[in-house]
Design a binder for this molecule. Sequence first.
Ligand SMILES: Cc1cc2nc3c(=O)[nH]c(=O)nc-3n(C[C@H](O)[C@H](O)[C@H](O)COP(=O)(O)O)c2cc1C
Length: 210
Amino acid sequence: MRKIIGINGSPRMNWNSAKMLDSALKGAADKGIETKRIDLYKLKYTGCRSCFSCKRLGSPGFGRCAVNDELKPVLDEILDSDGLIVSSPVYFGSDPGMVRSFFERLWFPSHTYSSDETVAYDLHLKVGLIYTMNVPSAHYYTEFLESQKNKFDSMVGETEVLCATDTLQFDDYSKYSSSAFDPVHKLEVHESSFADDLRRAYQMGQTLLG
Ligand SMILES: Cc1cc2nc3c(=O)[nH]c(=O)nc-3n(C[C@H](O)[C@H](O)[C@H](O)COP(=O)(O)O)c2cc1C
């Protein structure tokens, strides 16, 4: 049975990114694909430790991350799967730190320093990258999103990117310092555009593995 691992890159377990992920995984499951959701913020791990074990010639761990923490079995399971969907908020125009640490550990073992063979293994994974963000348009982050896609394409596998913009950040805007936002507009977007975003995520799950 084909399998997709879904990674929730938000510390919030049931907000925008998690909902987008669940919708994508539901789309995959409805196609008969095995799915598994993993919440990064429940795990204890670090970024790359620069041990270079993944690049050591002749090592049985060549091309795999050797850091033995709670991320290691997740990385191994991802590489043994057919697809990966990561859904994450944008923090300060980039990845949240936990997500970046996960990406370092995923990307670096695949990337060799050899001039004739630049990747350590067959890039068989199909990848869906989902970003949710406060800004009203993904064009704010075109450069970042393209750079993420390029890294995934070249170090993990063929990647498609999906964004949910203008997301709802709080249940009740009146309880927070948030006068820069119009809560009525935020709720309207949540009920209309975000519903469309969830449908697009479902579609991603349906088609990711072809
Ligand atoms: C620390 C922090 C930094 C953020 N930085 C940005 C940002 O740079 N651009 C943006 O559009 N949204 C930013 N946001 C908003 C989140 O990306 C957005 O609300 C997202 O949908 C939250 O995802 P979640 O509901 O899954 O947690 C930030 C939120 C937090 C908590």
